[in-house]
Design a protein around this ligand. Structure first.
Ligand SMILES: NC(=O)c1ccc[n+]([C@@H]2O[C@H](COP(=O)([O-])OP(=O)(O)OC[C@H]3O[C@@H](n4cnc5c(N)ncnc54)[C@H](OP(=O)(O)O)[C@@H]3O)[C@@H](O)[C@H]2O)c1
Length: 272
């Protein structure tokens, strides 16, 4: 590690902190002695985590209840955190959809673009400006294994993750002169609330804790990391295959993960 996580500043902002990967990031960051702003829509889960972190790690925590698929929610996070010494931003709020794109709910697909892409762009730019002013910072963005090629039956979700991956790669270089470390985290299947919301069945998964701990160790060392055994195994074996071949493989993988809804139609989560 170039520096320990708590050297990024006194406070971190973690979106998606009520569950899964974001929650694991919040726990790992607090365990390193850093104060954490916890962001998501579900107040009860954030409050519970807030108490747990404050008691266990003796850090300060603050809950921000916000829907990040709308700009008011995105701006509320920026507003609530502007007076604090935030040095680390983890954008983990996100969701996926699955099924035949032609039949999916367009509201859900567009809501996913707003959350997975638009909120990240705004947060990344404003925190980068603040980090530049304070002299350093760290930005961690959640990409995915599926973001490296087209992924049938999760086409739009994979496209949102390709967006995040590409954004992070560019920012990694662009923000380096300002002493801002940017990391794309590209896990394979992870055990969290994600699969249920996306209506996917994942036979094998890595744990959210592995993802978060690994990513925090890699921040400042590389521009993309593939945490977890599965993430590494799948990521590296896919990287040996040309892009058209990867699309064929992902067609099979996603076909397996969504075969339960092929005949019953798609069960899209109505987001927001
Ligand atoms: N799990 C996987 O297999 C996997 C693999 C690769 C990448 N990822 C990425 O990792 C990130 C985290 O996913 P996860 O696995 O941790 O999923 P998760 O367990 O479903 O957690 C998603 C988090 O995002 C929050 N969220 C969802 N919609 C939101 C909204 N409109 N506004 C604010 N917060 C919202 C949820 O909280 P509320 O519902 O309380 O708002 C929750 O805290 C996502 O970007 C996902 O694409 C996941």
């Amino acid at each position: 590690m170039n520096k320990t996580v708590n050297q990024y500043g006194s406070w971190a902002v973690v979106t998606g902190a009520s569950d899964g990967i974001g929650k694991a990031f919040a726990q790992a960051i607090a365990a390193n002695g850093m104060n954490v702003f916890l962001v998501a829509r579900t107040k009860g889960q954030l409050d519970e985590l807030s108490v747990e972190l404050a008691l266990r790690y003796k850090v300060k925590t603050a809950v921000i209840v916000a829907d990040l698929s709308i700009m008011e929610g995105v701006d509320a996070v920026l507003d609530h955190t502007k007076e604090s010494d935030v040095g680390l931003y983890v954008g983990a709020a996100g969701f996926g959809t699955s099924g035949d794109f032609i039949d999916t709910s367009i509201e859900s697909e567009l809501n996913m673009v707003d959350l997975n892409c638009k909120s990240i762009v705004k947060h990344a730019q404003v925190y980068a400006q603040r980090f530049k002013k304070r002299g350093s910072g760290g930005i961690i963005l959640l990409s995915s294994l599926v973001g490296f090629q087209g992924t049938p039956r999760a086409s739009n979700y994979a496209a949102t993750k390709a967006f995040v991956q590409t954004l992070a790669e560019g920012l990694h270089v662009e923000l380096k002169p300002h002493k801002i470390d940017v990391l794309a985290v590209a896990p394979g299947p992870v055990k969290s609330g994600f699969a249920d919301r996306a209506n996917m069945i994942m036979a094998n998964t890595d744990s959210p804790q592995i993802v978060a701990q690994h990513a925090l160790k890699r921040l400042g060392k590389c521009f993309t990391t593939r945490p977890g055994f599965l993430g590494k195994l799948l990521g590296y074996s896919l990287s040996m295959t040309p892009r058209w071949g990867r699309v064929q493989i992902l067609t099979r993988v996603m076909g397996d993960m969504t075969k339960h809804n092929v005949h019953s139609g798609t069960r899209q989560h109505e987001a927001g």
